[in-house]
Design a protein around this ligand. Structure first.
Ligand code: ADP
Length: 485
C-alpha cells in the first residue's frame, strides 16, 4: 500500500495524541488487515487507559485556547483541512479501500462528500449567533450566549472510516470544542491519515487527537473522565446503550447514531425503474453495510413482479472483487461475524417460506465474500424484518395498501432512515408524515449530505449530524440576565 500512495506519509502507524505521534508506552500494537484476503497492512498502537486520560488532559488545555480564537480563525483552519482532504482524496480512498474493502470509487466518494462537512461547519462557525430577548421587567434584558460544550470524545465505526470522522470533528471544532477520536479497530488508518492532514492544516496540538486501541477501556475512560463533556458515537445500538449507561454518572452530553432497519417502499404509482435504481443504491452500497441501507423492501402487490424482475436484472450486473480492482461494485464483508449474520438471516427466511431468487450463498471468491441475495415472499415474522442484516440481502415483502405498509414499516424499535417511491402528491405527504423515522427519502435512495440533518428517532439514536442543526449538539446555551438598566 505504501508504495501505491502518492504521499506515503499519509500512512501513519502511530497514535496522534496532544499533537504528538506516539507508540503505546508499553509497545503494544494491534494489526490492521485487508478484508479482501486478511493480509496485514500495518500495526497500530494499542494505548492504555492512562495514555488516553493524559490525552484528555491535553485536549482540555487545548480546548480553552481554541475556543478563544475567533470563529473566522477556526473556520480558516477547518477550510484548510477540507482542502487538504480534497487534494489527497486519491490516497485517502486507497487507504480506506485497503483497510475496509469497499470499491475505490465508493471510497473516493465517501472521502470527498464527507470532507464537505468540514467546509459546511467552517461556514457555520461564523453563524453561532446568540439572542437578546426583552426582559421580564423594564430594567432587564435576557442575553443568550452559545458556548462550546468543551472536550468531546468521538467513537466511529468501520463502515465509513473516513466520513464518520469529518461529520463529527467539523461541528465540534467549528463550535470551539476539542475532540479525541477512537476509530474502529478494523479501520484506524483512515482516521490517522485525516490526523496527518489536520496537523498540516494547522489544527493546534491537542485540538484533534486520535487514540487507537481496545474499545472497552477507551470507552470507559471517555465515559468516566470528568474532563470529557460530550460523547458522540456512531455504531451499534448495543454499544450505544452501554455508553449511555456508563456516561450517566457524569451526566455527559450524548449524540448517538445507532442501528437502523430501513423500510424501502414501492407504491404502484411509482416510476419502477427509478425505484429499482434507488433500491440498488440504498441496498447494495458498501455491500449493504450502512446504517441507512434498505433492510426491508416493501412492494405493492400489483407491481411486485415487475419490480422484482427489474431488480434481479440489476443485481446480476453487480461485480464482486477487491475494492481496489477496477470494475468492482461489491467488496468483501468486513469480517466473519458479518457473514454469519447474513447466513443466519438467509437461512431463517428460507426456512419460513421465503423464495430464493438470487445469491443465497458465499461467493466462490472465498474469504468474507457473500453473493448479493434477493429473497421474495418475505414476511414480518422473519428475522430480516426485525433485525438489521447489514449485508447484501434484499428481502421483498408485498403489501396491499398504504395503511398496511405503514403499519409494517413502523413496526420496529428503530427509526433511522426510510424510503418510498410514489408520484401522487397527497400520498407523498401522508406517507412522509406517517413514517416513524428521522429521515425519509422520497423517490431517492441517497439522503445523506452535509446540508441535511442526519439522525434517528426511537432506538436509532439521539441528535443530528449535518445542517445548521448539527452544530447544536456541540454548544451549550448560557442565559445572562442583565439587570439594573
Ligand atoms: P460493529 O458491531 O458494527 O463493529 P460497534 O458498535 O461494535 O459496531 O462498533 C462501533 C465503534 O464502537 C467501534 O469504534 C468500536 O471499536 C466501538 N466500540 C465497541 N464496543 C465499545 C465499548 N464497549 N466502548 C466503546 N466503544 C466501543
Amino acid at each position: 500500500l505504501k508504495t501505491a500512495l502518492k504521499d506515503a506519509s499519509l500512512l501513519a502507524d502511530k497514535a496522534f495524541v496532544g499533537g504528538r505521534w506516539v507508540p503505546a508506552a508499553d509497545g503494544r500494537t494491534f494489526a490492521v488487515t485487508d478484508p479482501f484476503d486478511g493480509s496485514p497492512i500495518a500495526d497500530v498502537p494499542s494505548l492504555s487507559r492512562e495514555e488516553v486520560a493524559a490525552t484528555i488532559d491535553a485536549a482540555d488545555v487545548a480546548q480553552k485556547l481554541w475556543a478563544k480564537r475567533t470563529a473566522k480563525e477556526r473556520a480558516t483552519v477547518l477550510k484548510a483541512w477540507f482542502q487538504l482532504i480534497l487534494d489527497n482524496a486519491d490516497d485517502l480512498a486507497l487507504i480506506l479501500s485497503s483497510e475496509q474493502g469497499k470499491p475505490l470509487a465508493e471510497a473516493r466518494g465517501e472521502v470527498v462528500s464527507n470532507a464537505a462537512y468540514l467546509e459546511w461547519f467552517a461556514e457555520e462557525a461564523k453563524r453561532i449567533d446568540g439572542d437578546i430577548i426583552p426582559g421580564a421587567n423594564a430594567g432587564q434584558r435576557i442575553m443568550v450566549l452559545k458556548q462550546p460544550v468543551g472536550v468531546c470524545a468521538a467513537i466511529t465505526p468501520w463502515n465509513f472510516p473516513n466520513g464518520m470522522i469529518t461529520r463529527k470533528a467539523g461541528p465540534a471544532l467549528a463550535a470551539g470544542c476539542s475532540m479525541l477520536l477512537k476509530p474502529a479497530s478494523q479501520t484506524p488508518l483512515s482516521a490517522l491519515a485525516l490526523a496527518v492532514l489536520a496537523e498540516r492544516a494547522g489544527v493546534p496540538a491537542g485540538v484533534f487527537s486520535v487514540v487507537t486501541g481496545e474499545a472497552r477501556p477507551i470507552g470507559a475512560e471517555f465515559c468516566h473522565n470528568p474532563k470529557v463533556a460530550k460523547i458522540t458515537f456512531t455504531g451499534s445500538t448495543g454499544v450505544g446503550r452501554w455508553l449511555m449507561k456508563e456516561a450517566a454518572d457524569g451526566i455527559k452530553r450524548l449524540s448517538l447514531e445507532l442501528g437502523g432497519n430501513a423500510p424501502f417502499i414501492v407504491f404502484d404509482d411509482a416510476d419502477l425503474d427509478a425505484a429499482v435504481e434507488g433500491a440498488m443504491i440504498s441496498k447494495f452500497r458498501n455491500a449493504g453495510q450502512t446504517c441507512v441501507c434498505a433492510n426491508r423492501i416493501y412492494v405493492q402487490s400489483n407491481v411486485a413482479e415487475a419490480f422484482t424482475e427489474k431488480l434481479l436484472a440489476k443485481v446480476a450486473g453487480l461485480k464482486l472483487g477487491r475494492g481496489t480492482q477496477a470494475g468492482t461494485t461489491q467488496g468483501p464483508l468486513i469480517d466473519e461475524k458479518a457473514v454469519a449474520k447474513m447466513e443466519e438471516h438467509v437461512a431463517d427466511a428460507l426456512e419460513k417460506g421465503g423464495r430464493l431468487l438470487a445469491g443465497g450463498r458465499r461467493s466462490a471468491l472465498g474469504g468474507t465474500f457473500y453473493e448479493p441475495t434477493v429473497i421474495a415472499g418475505v414476511t414480518q415474522a422473519m428475522k430480516v424484518a426485525s433485525e438489521e442484516t447489514f449485508a447484501p440481502l434484499a428481502p421483498i415483502i408485498t403489501f396491499r395498501d398504504e395503511d398496511d405498509v405503514i403499519a409494517m414499516a413502523n413496526d420496529s424499535e428503530y427509526g433511522l432512515a426510510s424510503y418510498f417511491y410514489a408520484k401522487d402528491m397527497a400520498r407523498v405527504f401522508r406517507v412522509a408524515e406517517a413514517l416513524e423515522a428521522g429521515m425519509v427519502g422520497v423517490n431517492t435512495g441517497m439522503i445523506a449530505n452535509e446540508m441535511a440533518p442526519f439522525g434517528g428517532i426511537k432506538q436509532s439514536g439521539l441528535g443530528r449530524e449535518g445542517s445548521k442543526y448539527g452544530i447544536e449538539g456541540f454548544l451549550e446555551l448560557k442565559y445572562v440576565c442583565v439587570a439594573g438598566l
